[in-house]
Write a new protein. Structure first.
Length: 323
């Protein structure tokens, strides 16, 4: 009996190690029988949106990240506030999220074909992948089977999302607490090869870095001058592309920018302060970059954070509301 138990524990262990069973119970073929067209349907909604406005890819990628970092990848970023509760959506960092209508379009198409089957959390994970691959980025297999959470709290988003002013130690703590590695930090930060930022997310680096009217010495001086022409002090509306010239194309430019001290945020610049992340940044600027492969791996890692599976949570009928 004891031998049998030890043997079965050993077999389960090997299955985990080989990745046959995902520790979170996710599976790339999760909807194979229950909703075989799920990938086609989500991709169409994302492609429809991006083909009319290429800037939509970036917020869709960011939305999945903001979902996963707060209560895990459970679709909680999509929930609307109620009379008695302010949701994650209303946190300052989430006010600049866009693309909720793309997720809703995918969800309503899915509800017609396979009602009550595909979670909003999974739609987010697929949409992020499709958004990246549709703008020349890498693709990867998305593990599925997440269920939707019923709770979304503004203050949790404020506390758990990294801020653009975070230094490396803080990033390491935040990402580490979610099971992500130092490599995941530097690879996922490469998401900033697309998209825009509001001036207020970095203008203290231009005008008042230490409260003495100074600039951040870790930003290239010429870049500071350039950015100052776009962002006046206290500007709360202007947006600036994070990868000038190709902010709607996914490539390795981000690392070239960071290596030239032209990363937009302190959290980007700080990647040059750690030995491992610095080496990664410098290596990506050359031919033979591993960024595309790495990005898929790290996105899969991020997509596993705190997922609800089995009987936990629910499959929402509409992504903005619990059932
Ligand atoms: C390392 C910690 C991170 C910090 C501190 C951070 C911070 C920010 C900030 C402040 C913005 C600009 C918001 C605005 O002012 O409108 C932004 C934009 C963006 N972030 Fe991050 N981010 C981080 C990691 C990530 C990750 C892991 C991803 C995805 C893999 C990501 C993807 C994006 C994208 C695509 C945008 C552009 C959004 C748009 O154009 O609407 N970021 N990020």
């Amino acid at each position: 009996m004891a031998t049998l138990t030890i043997l079965s524990i050993f077999i389960i262990y090997i299955a985990f190690v080989l990745g046959l069973v995902n520790s979170q119970g996710l599976d790339v073929e999760y909807y194979k029988k229950t909703c075989p067209n799920v990938e086609v349907i989500v991709k169409k909604a994302v492609a429809d949106s991006i083909s009319s406005d290429a800037t939509m890819a970036a917020p869709l990628l960011r939305m999945h990240f903001h979902d996963c970092f707060v209560r895990g990848c459970d679709g909680s970023v999509l929930l609307n506030s109620t009379k008695s509760n302010q949701a994650e959506k209303d946190a300052i960092a989430n006010l600049s999220l866009r693309g909720f209508q793309v997720i809703d379009a995918a969800k309503s198409a899915l509800e017609k074909q396979c009602p009550g089957t595909v979670s909003c959390a999974d739609i987010l994970a697929l949409a992020a992948r499709d958004a990246v691959s549709l703008i020349n980025g890498p693709t990867w297999k998305v593990q599925l089977g997440r269920r939707d959470g019923r709770v979304s709290i503004l203050s949790e988003a404020t506390t758990n999302l990294p801020t653009p002013f975070d230094n490396f130690t803080t990033l390491k703590t935040t990402f580490g607490a979610l099971g992500l590695s130092v490599k995941d930090i530097v690879v996922l930060s490469g998401g900033h090869t697309i998209g825009v930022s509001h001036c207020f997310s970095f203008s203290s680096r231009l005008y008042n870095f230490t409260g003495k009217g100074d600039m951040d010495p870790n930003m290239d001086k010429n870049y500071v001058v350039q950015l100052k022409t776009k962002c006046k002090p206290n500007d709360v509306t202007t947006t600036v592309s994070m990868d000038p010239g190709s902010f709607t194309k996914f490539e390795t430019d981000y690392y070239t920018l960071v290596s030239k001290r032209r990363g937009m945020f302190v959290s980007d610049a700080t990647l040059l302060t750690d030995k491992q992340t610095r080496a990664y940044v410098l290596a990506q600027s050359f031919n033979g970059s591993t960024f595309f492969q790495d990005f898929g791996v790290s996105m899969v890692n991020m997509g596993k954070i705190g997922v609800l599976t089995g009987k936990s949570g629910e499959i929402r009928k509409q992504c903005a509301f619990t059932n």
